[in-house]
Ligand binder design. Structure first.
Ligand code: NAP
Ligand code: ZN
Length: 347
């Protein structure tokens, strides 16, 4: 066992504090990564505060990890010491299946979460990226292209793939009108990715305060949802709406913005159920769906797409001692557009 340093939530109602814990010794299939940067995803906050009701403590959050490989087991062929490595929301899968479904593994019951989960033995907790190093099985580590700075690459491991996957699945591209609801960590990546895929992109944000940034990220149009006129002007406009909002909204009003046969996809995961009127769907043969992150294979594809199109996250790099303040700012939608912890500040 190797000692690791990090920050943990010890209870749903307490701030994160410095925390020392044990990481497993790497086996022949493992990769050891010196964590350089970890993004702060809103899911970290939901879980640190037990808003989804499934939290176990102490919890070291963090599933947007970028770092450098410091050791590899003897069976590892895809990484060597010194390589740039990324880890996202899960560190193992198919623990209940004979073969790995590389395309849809994020939906498997045997998925092992990077934190707030248990290793394959069912008892050893997994601890996440707000820490100095991590041990991950080969096959669950992404290669970060050289052209993407490590700090701006970290948020791609969750925010990037969570938008890339539904945009691809619902075929965002030329001729498609796509709306991104909420321009936070996930949303700003959605704007950049959908634009790079060739779709016509509209941002639906609470206000116009981030409009200039939205247009810079590639949005064609930008509307404030606080203005009731927006819902009249845009009624029946979109092929695809991706909702990244972390709280409850007027779901029926947003469904009314879809064309006939349009789809609204939830990636935001609010605490409370989503009440939808049947006629909001029936009236236009509309669909309401959800989407979770993406497979390791698709995450690597997304990273290569980002490298090709010069895309990365817009970030605010922080000292780990500022993590609790950063959580409060995320809750106020006061982040441009992802906080990333500089892990050198742990020392
Ligand atoms: P974030 O940075 O806080 O962004 C959420 C955005 O939603 C805010 O920036 C804000 O955008 C908008 N918003 C917040 N509160 C709102 C309210 N009361 N009414 C209307 N709009 C509101 O969070 P994030 O990290 O992008 O994560 C967003 C959600 O996705 C979280 O629930 C997270 O747990 C979930 N998530 C899901 C997956 C998945 O696989 N499905 C993966 C990662 C995260 P504006 O300021 O532009 O209005
Ligand atoms: Zn996340």
């Amino acid at each position: 066992m190797a000692l690791a340093k990090g920050y943990a939530a010890t209870d749903a109602s307490k701030p994160l504090v410095p925390f020392t814990f044990e990481r497993r010794e790497p086996d022949d299939d493992d990769i050891v990564i010196d964590i350089k940067y970890a993004g702060i995803c809103h899911s970290d906050i939901h879980q640190a505060r037990n808003e989804w009701g499934n939290s176990s403590f102490p919890m070291v959050p963090g599933h947007e990890i970028a770092g450098i490989v410091t050791a590899v087991g003897k069976n590892v062929t895809s990484f060597k010491v010194g390589d740039r490595a990324g880890v996202g929301c899960f560190v193992n899968s198919c623990t209940t299946c004979k073969t790995r479904d590389v395309d849809l593994e994020q939906y498997l019951p045997g998925l092992i979460a990077t934190y707030n989960g248990f290793e394959a033995d069912g008892v050893t907790p997994t601890y996440g990226g707000y820490s100095d190093h991590i041990v991950v099985k080969e096959g669950y580590v992404m290669s970060i292209p050289e052209s993407i700075p490590l700090d701006a690459a970290a948020p791609l491991m969750c925010a990037g793939i969570t938008l890339y996957s539904p945009l691809r699945h619902w075929k965002a591209g030329p001729g498609k009108k796509v709306a991104i609801v909420g321009m936070g960590g996930l949303g700003h990546m959605g704007v950049k990715l959908a634009h790079a895929m060739g779709a016509n992109v509209t941002v639906l944000s609470q206000s116009l305060s981030k409009k200039e940034d939205g247009l810079k990220f590639g949005a064609d149009e930008y509307y404030a949802t606080s203005d009731p006129e927006t819902f009249k002007t845009l009624a029946g406009s979109f092929d695809l709406i991706i909702c990244t909002v972390s709280a409850g909204i007027d779901w029926n009003a947003y469904l009314g913005l879809l064309k006939v046969d349009g789809s609204m996809v939830l990636v935001g995961a609010p605490e409370n159920p989503v009440p939808v009127h049947a006629f909001a769907l029936i009236a236009g043969r509309r669909s309401l769906s959800g989407s979770a992150i993406g497979s390791i294979k698709e995450t690597q594809e997304m990273l290569d797409f980002c490298a090709k199109h010069g895309i990365a996250a817009d970030i605010e790099v922080i000292d780990i001692k500022e993590v609790n303040e950063a959580y409060e700012r995320v809750l106020k939608s006061d982040v441009r557009y992802r906080f990333v912890i500089d892990m050198a500040t742990l020392n």
